[in-house]
Design a protein around this ligand. Structure first.
Ligand SMILES: *[C@@H]1O[C@H](CO)[C@@H](O)[C@H](O)[C@H]1NC(C)=O
Ligand SMILES: *[C@@H]1O[C@H](CO)[C@@H](O)[C@H](O)[C@H]1NC(C)=O
Ligand SMILES: *[C@@H]1O[C@H](CO)[C@@H](O)[C@H](O)[C@H]1NC(C)=O
Length: 358
């Protein structure tokens, strides 16, 4: 059941290649010209490596141990993250560069750019607490990218690339885990329902602005099952070693509001294709019944995490220990899935994404 969307997309890739005059040794053209990403550590591909003060970085082993050249790139996983897998499925031979890296220049900009920053969030205040790149700043960088792209491709071609590109927004976990759940002044000011309204309102404004700037295909990830992340179980699980229902309900509250907002945005803009990439459902299934999906463990983290402020969430850089086989773990560190779990989630994302790219 989860396998057919990949097949459908492969067929689309094949037919796109034929329409582009494939054969003759030419490379197949991807279905969309570019992938442009915004958000947090779930899709950061290395921007935080270029932010000196950033608290969250994945620039050390064992991050990247199963990636190209077995090197840490800034991706928070042992290998590929969900957007890497999506890009491959769409027919890309390489990944859009992190915007702050030296690679983000010249022709490399033609296939998109990645503006995401670990510990970023919908609420700029959350990102600022960890010296991450706020969503507001990511949008400023995107505007700068537009001019750079026009310089490389010419104005008309740049406009076409920007209109046909796939835009992915993936963030929000930090607004709860790194802010709301341990910030008394914030939780006094807003109950969960009001806080979700605030976050979804920020998202809605962000999406409107992207549309105004030329985006026509936008996908947003849902909030993951916050209560099933190993860090949450450790911090809020009261020693039960199971998913924390209260936190999962908060994620569901957010996701319902996100659904309503996306529906409203679709109605406002007839020429905007908009999909929700539901990561809540597949990740919760994996977390609750890993064995049914070929995983051995969904409670422990593959790498050894630490105790200090950020190390509760991340792999411990001083004891670079990792499990023998990351593919048998749902979670690589205490908040981020392994590549194997990302592959599983990407399949359900692609199913929702087909309507965006056809
Ligand atoms: C609480 O949240 C507010 C608003 O996000 C933020 O400005 C403040 O720094 C936070 N305080 C703590 C102690 O985390
Ligand atoms: C949001 O909408 C999708 C379909 O677009 C649905 O599958 C999902 O269950 C909805 N989620 C919530 C929390 O309502
Ligand atoms: C790693 O784990 C996966 C999933 O449990 C399994 O399919 C694979 O064979 C394992 N690889 C090794 C080298 O043990």
């Amino acid at each position: 059941m989860v396998a057919w969307p990949l097949t459908v997309v492969s067929l689309l890739v094949a037919s796109a290649a034929i329409m582009n005059g494939g054969g003759g040794g030419e490379q197949a053209q991807p279905i969309v010209p570019a992938v442009i990403s915004f958000g947090d550590s779930t899709i950061d591909v290395g921007n935080n490596n270029y932010v000196p003060g950033a608290v969250f970085k994945a620039d050390y082993a064992p991050y990247g141990q199963d990636f190209l050249r077995h090197e840490a790139t800034g991706r928070f996983s042992d290998g590929k993250i969900v957007t890497d897998i999506t890009a491959e499925t769409l027919g890309f031979q390489s990944y859009a560069p992190p915007y702050l890296s030296p690679q983000a220049s010249g022709k490399n900009l033609l296939i998109g750019a990645n503006f995401a920053s670990a510990a970023s969030s919908y609420y700029d205040d959350t990102a600022a607490m960890y010296d991450a790149i706020t969503l507001t700043q990511q949008l400023k960088y995107y505007k700068e990218y537009q001019s750079k792209l026009a310089a490389v491709a010419g104005h008309a071609k740049a406009r076409a690339i920007l209109a046909d590109a796939l835009y992915v927004v993936s963030t929000g976990t930090g607004d709860f885990l790194q802010n709301y759940y341990h910030n008394a002044s914030l939780s006094r000011r807003y109950n969960v329902d009001q806080y979700c309204d605030l976050l979804v309102g920020i998202f809605s404004g962000f999406a409107d602005e992207l549309y105004r700037l030329g985006a026509r295909r936008i996908g947003v990830t849902s909030m993951p099952p916050l209560g099933c992340l190993p860090a949450s179980i450790r911090l809020y699980g009261e020693g039960r070693g199971a998913c924390v229902p209260r936190l999962n309900r908060d994620a569901e509250t957010f996701n319902e509001k996100l659904n309503a907002t996306v529906k409203a945005l679709r109605q406002q803009h007839a020429d905007l294709k908009f999909a929700i990439f539901d990561i809540y459902t597949p990740l919760r299934e994996l977390a609750q019944d890993p064995v049914a999906y070929g995983f051995a463990n969904a409670r422990d983290t593959c790498c050894r995490t630490g105790t200090a402020k950020t190390r509760v969430y991340l792999c411990n850089p001083t004891t670079a220990g990792a499990c023998r086989n990351a593919s048998s773990y749902v979670f690589f560190d205490a908040v981020h899935p392994s590549e194997a779990a990302n592959v599983f989630m990407a399949e359900s994302m692609i199913e929702a994404g087909i309507e965006l790219v056809t």
